[in-house]
Design a protein around this ligand. Structure first.
Ligand SMILES: CC(C)(COP(=O)(O)OP(=O)(O)OC[C@H]1O[C@@H](n2cnc3c(N)ncnc32)[C@H](O)[C@@H]1OP(=O)(O)O)[C@@H](O)C(=O)NCCC(=O)NCCS
Length: 189
């Protein structure tokens, strides 16, 4: 798999994805502090201090090469410069040429296709630029919005683990969705 250095924003039709900066802390706090947004995320709603520390940490990650390398990108709407959410891409297994995607958007930005637009651009990065073999997404199977997004992207459900996770005070399931390079090419996206 070809390593990737994040050097310039990734443009789509309506947004650009770029590295987070200190100036994004309030925007990220506005959604990461919400119960509804965090319901199926692995963390509880965050206070501003925690968001600030995370944003500073994420801003230092700009290369995808080894297992665990990640980019956490701000999604900025081109029309008004507003940060709508963030996208995550990580090297799950360099040896097996597998990347993983994640997504979180402010509820004001849901239902307009922004997450699909960003995820499609990251699939393009994964398959076309890096030469990945497989891209996955892990989710809580109760997260219908996330499942619809995976399906829209052409990902298939590959696994449904029963109560594999002690999550926010209860046992929860994990769903794994995936798309292979040849499936991506067949979509002609
Ligand atoms: C998961 C999440 C990112 C999905 O967001 P979303 O806005 O539903 O996803 P999309 O950007 O793909 O938008 C698709 C919706 O917009 C609609 N839409 C409107 N204009 C569109 C366009 N131009 N292109 C595509 N879809 C469009 C689609 O019909 C679809 O609606 P539907 O889901 O009711 O069928 C969002 O719910 C979220 O941030 N949740 C909180 C965090 C979270 O749980 N993250 C996932 C952890 S695994």
């Amino acid at each position: 798999m070809t390593p990737f250095d994040f050097e310039e924003p990734i443009r789509t039709e309506r947004v650009l994805m770029r590295l987070l900066t200190e100036a994004d802390i309030d925007a990220v706090y506005s959604y990461q502090s919400r119960d509804d947004v965090c319901r199926y995320l692995l963390f509880e709603p965050r206070d501003r201090e925690t968001v600030a520390a995370k944003v500073r940490e994420h801003a230092t990650h700009s290369r995808l090469e080894k297992d665990g390398d990640y980019l956490q990108l701000a999604v900025e709407r081109v029309a008004d410069g507003r940060v709508l959410g963030d996208m995550y891409i990580t090297v799950k297994s360099a040896e097996n040429q597998t990347l993983e995607l994640g997504w979180t958007f402010h509820p004001d930005a849901h239902g307009q296709g922004f997450a699909s637009e960003c995820a499609t651009a990251l699939l393009r990065l994964a398959f076309d630029r890096m030469g990945a073999h497989r891209v996955i997404a892990e989710l809580d199977p109760r997260n219908e919005g996330s499942i619809r997004l995976c399906t829209r992207l052409g990902m298939r459900e590959e696994a449904h683990f029963r109560e594999d996770l002690w999550f926010k005070g209860e046992w929860a399931d994990t769903g794994v969705y995936a798309i292979l390079d040849r499936e991506w090419r067949a979509l002609g996206a």
